[in-house]
Design a protein around this ligand. Sequence first.
Ligand code: GLN
Length: 485
Amino acid sequence: MTIHGLHDKLIHREITAVELTEAYLAHKDKVEPKVQAFLSDQRETALQQAAAVDAKLSAGQEISMMAGIPGAIKDNICEKGQQSSCASHILESFRAPYDATVIERLLQQDYISLGKTNMDEFAMGSSTENSAFHPTYNPWNVAHVPGGSSGGSAAAVAAGECVWSLGSDTGGSIRQPASYCGVVGLKPTYGLVSRYGLIAYASSLDQIGPITQDVMDCAIVLNAIAGHDEKDSTSICQEEKDYTKALIRDVKGLKIGVPQEFFGDGLDATCRQALEEAIKTYQSLGAEIVSVSMPHLKYGLAAYYIIAPAEASSNLARYDGVGFGMRVPGKNIVEMYEKTRTAGFGPEVQRRILLGTYVLSSGYYDAYYLRAMKVRTLVKQDYDKALKQCDVLLTPTAPDVAFLVGEHVNDPLAMYLADVCTVTLNLAGLPGMSIPCGYKNGLPIGMQLIGRALGEETLLRVAYAFEQERTDVQQQAPVGEVTLS
Ligand code: GLN
């Protein structure tokens, strides 16, 4: 069920917000033991928020699109008084003292959250297996991962445990799990959505974005969260838009670029076939398909895995046992730091901090960090050139469907390769979204659409046209049926 569908039911009084929330909570109780998408439960607050929406409706007041519709928030986004652990032991006991700007904006819409969702620790990972608490499982087949790092947010929507969720994307963490879970995920243009209150991983790459059942819902959530915020110095100042207005079923005359580099040997054959069919669909709808080449993209993944850890090593220096979070006592302050950080951070986070510290250290800075930043510029120039020729680009979201739980845990490089199609967008600051485009062995395949900076409207329009045309790829995850009595 979708936000727009349920909003209609609410305003026509076919169901109350409390009944709706209860139905979702009951379904969540049923499937959560299998999926394990959540880290915390906010049912009491959720039911209070729902009752407040019902009171507005009873009083004849208008309600916003998202009012009363159950959602979920990734555990690295601060919600006042709630746990914001980033799925890390170091922040296990941390309760956010303030609301992130996205939460403040959602509060104005009378949003409802059923809880905080699981993720890879500090958003570092591609499978949600790096959570310090438990993995999340793919609702299509629980032997597989849901992707990551926003795996909890994607799995919760796919399993029908909530209608929408927020994730964060530094190198693909919204799009790749959306692809693995067969839902819609959007990483907005860098600066479109405020990062204030998003616990930082790599600040020059991080963005918050929606994960939803369909493209219309994606536009609705984007409307709620996008906009200038003076509390984020990288926030873009522009007039707010109604993204749902962009959803017209027409791509005639639009140029869709297909970068050859994304369709090389590493791409699975069934995924390739699904994408080729998607390209044909767009052709039949009157779009012009243009082949483009982006020669520097092959260095993108390597550059990302230098830049992101470098920024992380600096951002995570604040977890020292003094200001907040875990503290393990030591004989002196240095020992306290060491013990706290050794006990508090999991192995992948420690690996990133070490990598990041190394590439920034004197003698190595020029060879690694500086060179990676030069590659970043080249990658951006490749995108600029391709997007001058085309309105959007079409690529796979990931080289294959969801892998097995445990398959890559001992091979960080294989895990990093799951991001090969998504990381370069973050380096360039561009918007990208993943929508379902087919299935392989019962698991969803994702298609990535990439837009120009602040080109979300065109991006959503192109995604919408495909979704409306290809109703064959819209299916609910097997565990995802909610019954509204
Ligand atoms: N998987 C990538 C990483 O581990 C991207 C994560 C993200 O986007 N937060 O860095």
